[in-house]
Ligand binder design. Structure first.
Ligand SMILES: NC(=O)c1ccc[n+]([C@@H]2O[C@H](COP(=O)([O-])OP(=O)(O)OC[C@H]3O[C@@H](n4cnc5c(N)ncnc54)[C@H](O)[C@@H]3O)[C@@H](O)[C@H]2O)c1
Length: 269
């Protein structure tokens, strides 16, 4: 399939995991992609994988918790590829703590990484997406094609999850802003949707190593399999497949929804 021929995309948090798989999938469908991450080396590795596969991508290290960095990220896409059609707000992280032990630092860090990054990057994209659509509507009465924004929520926000007050606050916020932005941007032919991944095999769900801020206890990983109807944890590609649909013209009449991609996880469907 070549559904994204000539499209330009930004994927945030694309040096690892779901973001990297999303970049590779979008490129395989013809898109040129700006690979954003806070870490240079993994971002460059993603670009190298794209180049090996014969696609077009470049790395942009930016922490879009900072609005100026978000502006620079979007400017990089415009400078390199001339426009911006697709924004995948994938950057995010966890700092799990039971609620009674949750400090302000862990609350702010998770709200910033999961919610503020999407706010800043999406606002920075408005001149390239909304204003461009307005120009097309003024000139021809309709947009040339629909532009697409995808946010990344989580099954944790759909179900609630002990130890994730901060994370579910941010990911629940994403479900709400997806609906609000879908209503604001629909008149400009911009579809806004979200994916809500279940347990996906990345460093966020790997067996927790002592001293690492990431991962979950091994017992939780085993328990997850028992409550997933399809009997396995997901792969980053399982999310990339759904995002590819949401950024393609196949989803032109889908907006404001959050799609659970959980393998039929009980309570998260
Ligand atoms: N893995 C899962 O089971 C799961 C489940 C639900 C939701 N999610 C969400 O999916 C998204 C991707 O997660 P993943 O599992 O691939 O994690 P990951 O840790 O493997 O990859 C996330 C990437 O985001 C980058 N990042 C973090 N903060 C950033 C920032 N401020 N700016 C730019 N980049 C930043 C990290 O450096 C990392 O490379 C996240 O939003 C996560 O919350 C994951």
């Amino acid at each position: 399939m070549n559904r994204l021929y000539d499209r330009v995309a930004i994927v945030t948090g694309a040096g690892r995991g779901i973001g990297r798989a999303t970049v590779l999938r979008l490129v395989s469908e013809g898109a040129s992609v700006v690979v954003n991450d806070i870490d240079l080396e993994p971002a460059e590795e993603t670009v190298a994988l794209v180049t090996e596969a014969g696609g077009r991508a470049l790395a942009c290290v930016a922490n879009t918790v900072d609005a100026v960095e978000a502006d620079r990220l979007v400017a990089t896409a415009i400078e390199a590829y001339g426009k911006l059609d697709i924004l995948v707000n994938n950057a995010g992280t966890t700092r799990d703590k039971m609620f009674h032990k949750l400090d302000d630092e862990a609350f702010d860090l998770v709200m910033d990484a999961n919610l503020k990054t999407g706010f800043h990057t999406t606002r920075a994209a408005m001149p390239a997406m909304r204003e461009q659509a307005k120009r097309e509507i003024a000139a021809k009465g309709a947009v040339a094609y629909n532009r697409k924004i995808v946010f990344t929520s989580s099954v944790a926000a759909l179900m609630g999850n002990p130890g994730q007050f901060n994370y579910t606050a941010a990911k629940g916020g994403i479900i709400a802003i997806t609906k609000t932005l879908a209503r604001e941007l629909g008149p400009f032919g911009i579809n806004v949707n979200a994916v809500a991944p279940g347990f996906i095999e990345t460093r966020l769900t790997a067996a927790r190593q002592a001293g690492s801020g990431y991962g979950i206890p091994e017992e939780m990983r085993q328990m997850a399999k028992a409550i997933i109807s399809l009997g396995r944890l997901g792969l980053p590609e399982d999310i990339a497949n759904v995002t590819a649909f949401l950024v393609s013209s196949d989803s032109d009449f889908v907006s404001g929804v959050t799609i659970p991609v959980t393998g039929g996880q009980l309570g998260g469907m």
